[in-house]
Design a protein around this ligand. Sequence first.
Ligand code: GLC
Length: 739
Amino acid sequence: MTKEKLLELLKDMSLEEKIGQLVQLPPELMGDDAMATGPAQSMGITYEQIYECGSTLTVTGAEKLKKIQDKVLSTQPHKIPMLFMADIINGYRTIYPIPLAQGASFDTKLSEECARMAAKESSYDGLHVTFSPMADLVKDSRWGRVMESTGESVFLNSEMGKAMIVGYQGKDMTEEGSMAACVKHFAAYGAPMGGRDYNTVELDERTLKDEYLPAYEAAIKAGVALTMTSFNTINRVPSTANKWLMRDILRDKMGFKGVLISDWGAIGELVNHAVAADKKEAARLALEAGVDIDMCTESYFANTKALIDEGLISEELLDECVLRILELKNDLGLFENPYRFADEAKAKECILSKENRALARKAAGQSMVLLENHKSILPLSEKSGKVAFIGPYVDCKHLYGFWSLWGRDEDTASVRETVDEFIKTGELSEKPSFAQGSNFLKKGEKLVQFGGYADIPENEDEEGMLNEALNLAKEADTVVMLLGEHAFHSGEAGSRTDIRLPKPQRKLLDEVSKVNKNIVTVVFSGRPLDLRDVKKRSKAVLEAWFPGTEGAAALLDVLYGKVNPSGKVPMTFPRNVGQLPMCYNELPTGRPNNGDDTNRAMSRYLDVANTPLYPFGYGLSYTKFDISPVTLSSDTLTKDTSITASVKVTNVGKVTGSEVVQLYIRDKVASVSRPVKEHKGFEKICLKPGEEKTVEFVITEDMLRFTTINNVYESEPGSFDVFVGNSSATDNKAEFILK
Ligand code: GLC
């Protein structure tokens, strides 16, 4: 439909129709028994009105959504199709690694391909919009939603978010296999005080602008169709009512022209934030901030007409919101094809296809991070002798993380099942022994999930499990511990004050380490954990994150050397929770810690080293890479020139592997204090043994800009250090001057 036609449609719509477009209904209202459920009454909505609303979420299935669309088209005076949205975060039915693990892969192309796969599977099942990518910068692994981010690097988050948007949306959202993407949570939701979800965010404006906003802006420049507001306050004003953030920054400065949707219930929560006396005032504040869609509250539905009748909101303001929603539906081709790509047969053929499973397995293999590998105990081979796999992840099939609403155990093979499969197909010759060894949690401990307690299996006979495991460990030459958080330990509202492995698993590892020293520990988690004990008791440590539907196969690929691990830490692993928040790009402070432990008067803790356990960008390989000293094409840069930083990378080991070569820059003296390093580039290269490659990074003046003391985003002349290495801890540097 042309823009003119859209404007004519808008002009022709009644006030009720316009208001309906702003309402996103909870999934429970979309069933045939909608009026039987509580939310209908609580939203004060009649059965007919349900089909006058503009969108819903979390309802899937080609035939089901076609039926709903039919009802909508027969109810709507102007036959405006409904939008079907959902949280397709790391896959729809074929689940690939959680976003934090994708960050660890440093492979944007792979993330783009995975997003495309998710868009195909879900759009054939009738969906139009995904609430992804999450571009929230994170520095505190107490926060459960770090699993949904790609980590602590502004640069990496920006690149990953752009790749996912290209994957979801393609070049044109009327193309088959595409869907609209939604960048979230605007803004700075990843910086809650204490790492406690939904908590207050206290950030100075310079840090907000220079660190927390750029990844959202990159998504907007990449053409993301929607933005979602965040639950938190910015400058003590909830984002959802924050006109400065939503109009001055998002719309005017960043140029976002798409649909702004609230997070679930966030408009109604303005009353809890105590900035609105009631939902009518909440609706006014959100409309004035330019929030187009009210996700799952009756604030807009019940109050917008009164706000207009009372002259508190203009109909022009309402029309602004409605037009953006109509434009989104138009961009998706819904007016021409209200079913879009809903197709049961194609969904059946595409979902969990061999190709999709292979892609998920590849992505999982690229995301795992080898943290320790003493005496090259990995990869496993005949030299490993008898191998025992021990831990609650031996038989666990929930390898797909928190935000995999349509991931299923029955689609996911456990490690034990995959070993059996590999033995059958000959991919594995030696069958290891298996023992669970411990429960996930302490006896009787519960893990609350949305809608009640998670159903986590618990074996009463803890002692028997432990003894069985110890007997295997005594007979084995090598023990592979399969330990970790449960998927529901992270994700939304998954904040923890203790980021170690659950106690029964720490005990299991401790006891096994008393009878066998050849321990490889695989950690499944949605966040960087405190792995000090794991490191102490293991010769090798492999971070597997939540690797998805094909995660067990990918894990065996890595453990047995079919895949050489190449993941890098996307978010700092602290020594303990007391160090948090912690990140690679901290400011130097007036008393930088020089490591001299006899010096008390520096920024330090008395009881733990200031350094992380594993820094951003760190990760080992089964081979070894030599990186030459960095050379610069010039030691002087101007606004009109560029400098090329080069290193020669050589695979000096015995097997092919990939290295992530990383670029960091330090502004050594500026009008405000600047980070000790800023991540500005990376290139992942694959080299055969003996092969070498020159890696080059082009440095330009715009990469040196920041919000100066004059509150202007600009660079300042002066001296800069350039670092190129295989982690943020690199000291391989050269210096240049910006004139
Ligand atoms: C949730 C999350 C958001 C998600 C939305 C819809 O509360 O904060 O990330 O997309 O609601 O499920």
